[in-house]
Write a protein that binds this ligand. Structure first.
Ligand SMILES: Cc1cc2nc3c(=O)[nH]c(=O)nc-3n(C[C@H](O)[C@H](O)[C@H](O)COP(=O)(O)OP(=O)(O)OC[C@H]3O[C@@H](n4cnc5c(N)ncnc54)[C@H](O)[C@@H]3O)c2cc1C
Length: 408
């Protein structure tokens, strides 16, 4: 029998998360082998072409605010060339009163400079970004084609090995190395360090080494509508992104004078069916009315042209799971990116690479990471006691959800 290949570092999963981590490791001079069950990068949730990115500015979850601020700056720097910066407007919730001074003070308290987030009343917002609603203007907010970004990250490189059409079904510790096995229980390869970035499938892979993760699928459908050039919606269509109850991209004018407009998305908890649904398009039409505060808009004029359906992977406390699995030295996890794949993959690339290469914490601190933030992302947050392996294999893998308020 041929001896399986050995790699120092293997990344499982070539979605945006695994691709970004791999790219960061290559930039740091490492040799990396990336494995994916599919025949090319970004075929699952990361086949998404319409994702937006902005720092979270909602109230009630201070760690999420700090983390998304750091992650936004990292994402902006990483994807500069494919970053489609059109700005994103976040309207005031319909049941909330807008007070500009109060909103400005609140944004200041988050350490967000005015070039990142500025409170605007409806008249100012109409002048600056064409939306006649009060809210917060995030001028550096952007969208990204996650599919293209993932593929660009995995261009040919002397230090990169890609293994496509290879599903890992089990991980096993063999002496001080990790063996990755396929469905026939054959060893695909061995590695010193393994980064697991397989979204929902991380649950099965982790359970093969005695770790239970509280992950759940959340199906989502985005709708791409076409709008005829003479329709009343045309004068209301946005030239910036809007993020509120749902989100939309700037409308694009077509050669015939009509428009194409992406609006999303449904949030179907516990579901993982990839089939397209009319009910999700109907939901998105109503979200479109809400985002533009155009409740008299004729829903039938939003003609379905296309859609994207994906399954998000979400953790019990809604934060991503990013970090070294201290109970299993050499295993690193980057999963549960939820609806923030752009931000969390940029953050995961820095954090996982720093932990894997044993960087001094001061380097991370310079990027804004504080110890409490690293702990908030760490897989260990779900395990009682976090005893060192291997004694803790069984008793230590019971998931415990933090009692802190849920991050959105
Ligand atoms: C409707 C919708 C709207 C969204 N909107 C936004 C948005 O506006 N902004 C934003 O930032 N994010 C958004 N997201 C989220 C974003 O798309 C995801 O967070 C991101 O794509 C997840 O990337 P990933 O690499 O973790 O997972 P995936 O893209 O699912 O990649 C996992 C990879 O692992 C591989 N794999 C799985 N199991 C195995 C195995 N056992 N062996 C080998 N390979 C395996 C798969 O083939 C796949 O390539 C949205 C998602 C949805 C569904």
């Amino acid at each position: 029998m041929i001896k399986p290949q050995h790699h120092e570092i293997v990344v499982i999963g070539a979605g945006i998360c695994g691709s970004t981590i791999t790219n960061e490791l290559l930039q740091r001079g490492q040799s990396v082998c990336i494995i994916d069950a599919a025949s090319s990068p970004a075929t699952a949730c990361s086949s998404h072409a319409y994702a937006i990115a902005h720092p979270h500015i909602g109230r009630g979850s201070p760690r999420l605010l700090r983390l998304t601020h750091i992650a936004f700056l990292l994402a902006e720097a990483r994807w500069g060339t494919v970053w489609n910066q059109h700005g994103i407007f976040q309207p005031t919730k319909k049941d909330k009163h807008f007070d500009r001074a109060e909103a400005t003070n609140y944004l200041k308290s988050l350490d967000l400079d005015e070039d990142i987030a500025i409170a605007l009343d409806a008249l100012e917002a109409e002048k600056i970004c064409g939306i006649k609603q009060s809210g917060v203007w995030l001028s550096r907010g952007a969208s990204l084609n996650i599919f293209e970004a993932s593929n660009a990250l995995l261009q040919e490189h002397d230090d990169l090995t890609c293994l496509w059409n290879t599903r890992v079904t089990k991980i096993e510790q063999v002496n001080s190395q990790w063996a990755l096995l396929n469905q026939a229980n054959e060893v695909i390869l061995t590695a010193d360090k393994v980064v697991v970035a397989t979204a929902m499938d991380s649950k099965a892979l982790m359970s093969s080494i005695g770790i239970k993760l509280p992950l759940k699928p959340v199906r989502g459908q985005l709708s791409i509508f076409s709008i005829k050039k003479e329709d009343a919606w045309v004068s209301r269509l946005p030239r910036v992104g809007i993020s509120g109850d749902g989100y939309c991209l700037p409308a694009q004018q077509l050669e015939d004078g009509g428009y194409r407009w992406m609006v999303g998305s449904s949030f179907d908890e516990g579901e993982d069916d990839l089939g397209s649904r009319e009910s999700s398009d109907a939901f998105n039409r109503e979200q479109a009315q809400g985002l533009l505060a155009y409740f008299e808009g004729d829903l039938k004029a939003l003609i379905k042209a296309d859609d994207f359906v994906g399954v998000r992977c979400v953790a019990g406390d809604r934060l991503p799971i990013i970090g070294a699995l201290t109970q299993r030295p050499g295993i690193f996890l980057a999963t549960a990116l939820g609806s923030r794949g752009i931000l969390w993959s940029a953050l995961a690339a820095k954090l996982i690479t720093a932990q894997l290469l044993g960087d001094n914490f001061a380097l991370l601190a310079r990027l804004g990471f504080a110890a409490d933030l690293v702990a908030a992302l760490a897989p260990a947050r779900f395990f009682a006691g976090a005893l060192p392996a291997p004694a803790a294999l069984a008793s230590n893998s019971k998931p415990i959800l933090p009692s802190a308020p849920r991050a959105k």
